[in-house]
Ligand binder design. Structure first.
Ligand code: MG
Length: 268
């Protein structure tokens, strides 16, 4: 059902039956992310992680949302099925010939369609053992903060609240941890395609924006950089890196807003 439409933009609401139909995609996306997290050991190449996800897509009869993805901000079609962002990379990391090292901070983002419905989710992990204790603590804090921000963002995703309540909840956690927040890229509607309306910024004012209604399906995705909010695009045309070389982390779930509260479709 179309709830809101302006020019080519619209927000759709899903029936309870459609939300049930979206569950297999959510479970599949969660499975692939858990497999990637398990496989992300020192000595493993990012291209091997992509190949693992590719095989799981084939075996499941799923469809990648990334491989032919070519939006205005991308230099060329993405060409891979997962995003792997390492250390100072935080979003849209194009997998390349890189062997993971102990202590690398890896973010994996994955979206796929099953039965025509999309789910989108991401996680960050420290690869192997970080030998530097201070570095380890800082990376753990960064990851934990994105996870906590995701948790409070989901808690705010209840009928009657506004988009701004989700944004403000995320920002409160990020700011409390001392991170600046970039609002160029954030959460979004999810449905038959990966990126729909409305945009869900990672910072905003409570009580502002669309009122949340049952059937709204959103990807909520806090990401923070350690000491900056500025990013630039790598020469590969995709990977977004921190301007100052500091590390980033990213946590994302696809959720459905219902009268019984938010359902995490990509729960792991
Ligand atoms: Mg994603």
């Amino acid at each position: 059902m179309i709830w809101w439409k302006r020019e080519s933009k619209m927000i759709e609401l899903r029936t309870p039956k459609e939300i049930e139909q979206m569950r297999p995609a959510g479970r599949f996306v969660a499975d692939v992310l858990m497999a990637c997290r398990e496989a992300a050991k020192p000595g493993v190449n990012l291209l091997e992680l992509d190949a693992l996800a590719h095989k799981m897509i084939k075996d499941a009869g799923a469809t990648s949302c990334y491989i032919d993805y070519h939006p205005s901000f991308g230099a060329m079609p993405f060409g891979k099925v997962i995003c792997t962002s390492v250390n100072d990379a935080v979003l849209h990391g194009l997998p390349f010939d890189y062997v993971l090292k102990p202590g690398d901070l890896l973010s994996v983002d994955f979206a796929a369609a099953v039965d025509g419905w999309v789910s989108d989710s991401a996680l960050s992990v420290i690869v192997g053992e970080q030998p530097d204790a201070a570095r380890r603590a800082a990376d753990q804090k960064l990851i934990r903060t994105t996870e906590e921000a995701l948790e409070v963002g989901i808690k705010a995703a209840v009928v009657g609240n506004k988009i701004g309540d989700i944004s403000a909840a995320i920002a409160t956690i990020g700011h409390a941890a001392g991170y600046a927040i970039n609002t160029d890229f954030g959460g979004h509607g999810v449905g038959r395609t990966m990126h729909g309306e409305p945009h869900v910024p990672n910072n905003g004012r409570p009580g502002r924006g669309f009122t949340l209604r049952p059937g709204l399906v959103l990807a909520i995705e806090p990401w923070f950089l350690e000491t900056t909010a500025e990013i630039y695009t790598d020469d590969d045309g995709w990977t977004l890196r921190s301007q100052d070389g500091s590390r980033g982390a990213h946590s994302e779930h696809t959720i459905a807003i219902t009268t019984d509260g938010p359902i995490i479709l990509t729960a792991r």
